[in-house]
Design a protein around this ligand. Structure first.
Ligand code: SF4
Length: 279
């Protein structure tokens, strides 16, 4: 048995920064609230809760205390509501997401229509839409791109974790509909690199393990990519979901992990195989 870890597996820059900043805030300022799960990984959220983090679902629950905005970012109105309600706001929005907020805000002010390519239910996309008064058209399929009518100047941005191939296909369709389209490829480099490294490893491995929270969209996308190349792909949140016996034999096991998967979870899985598997 051989274990290979994909390059760029695990925390991206924005998530690592948000987690590091949160640990520092909890240490220096004391117990604080996070608006929404800080990252899409329940194991890591549980660890932070033990350090004094409380997760709240709405800005109204902040109640004049310390509030952390997660790396996904929030709608403009939500941040303003928090700031005017005497809360102390620590904005841990990833700088790459903040850049999308600025683009959307600027072009909306210039009377452009806004299209977001991404998952309409994802907090990052909901947050981005909140920088153009929730007026964006949100699509995430080639069929939706084909059906969409583009009317007047239009600015297109993408969810940072969107699939790069799908993005290219959709953009080609949208560009062919109008010359008044301005496109910002806001897919994060980290995502593209992680997806490409996962593709390469999946083509070499006998089986792939994708580690990530079940509610993590970028982990789910990694799973889909790996499974399209390597049929024996497993999506797990922790080492507990894997049994060594399933994988025993002369196999190459590839491991990759979503942007919200902490190193310690990946390491637990590696250790589980290493203890039994002579690898
Ligand atoms: S994937 Fe990229 S944009 Fe999203 S949080 Fe990570 S570094 Fe930031």
């Amino acid at each position: 048995m051989e274990i290979r870890i994909a390059e760029y597996a695990g925390f991206c820059y924005g998530v690592k920064k948000a987690i590091d900043d949160t640990e520092e805030i909890l240490k220096t300022e004391g117990p604080s609230k996070a608006l929404g799960a800080l990252i899409h990984n329940p194991l890591e959220v549980d660890r932070l809760k033990k350090l004094g983090l409380q997760v709240i679902d709405t800005a109204a629950e902040a109640e004049g205390e310390r509030v952390i905005i997660r790396s996904h970012g929030e709608a403009k109105q939500v941040i303003e509501q928090l700031e005017t309600s005497k809360n102390t706001v620590f904005n841990c929005t990833c700088p790459y997401v903040s850049k999308i907020h600025r683009i959307v805000s600027d072009y909306y002010a210039k009377k452009y229509g806004i299209i977001i390519i991404g998952d309409s239910t994802h907090p990052e996309v909901i947050g981005i839409n909140g920088w153009c008064d929730n007026s964006a058209t949100i699509i995430d399929t080639v069929d939706a791109a084909r059906l969409l009518e583009i009317d007047g100047p239009t600015c297109i941005v993408g969810q940072t974790t969107f699939n790069t191939e799908l993005w290219e296909n959709m953009i080609n369709i949208l560009r062919s509909k109008s010359e008044q389209v301005v496109v910002f490829n806001t897919i994060c480099d980290a995502t593209a690199k992680r997806q490409q490294a996962a593709r390469e490893l999946a083509s070499q491995a006998d089986c792939m393990i994708v580690v990530g929270g079940k509610n993590s969209s970028n982990s789910k996308k990694l799973y889909e990519i790996c499974r399209s190349i390597c049929a024996a792909t497993y999506f797990v949140e922790s080492a507990d979901e894997l049994s060594y016996e399933e994988f025993a034999g002369d196999v190459v096991i590839g491991i990759t992990a979503g942007a919200s998967t902490p190193d310690w979870v990946i390491q637990e899985i590696i250790n589980k195989f290493r203890r039994r598997g002579n690898c």
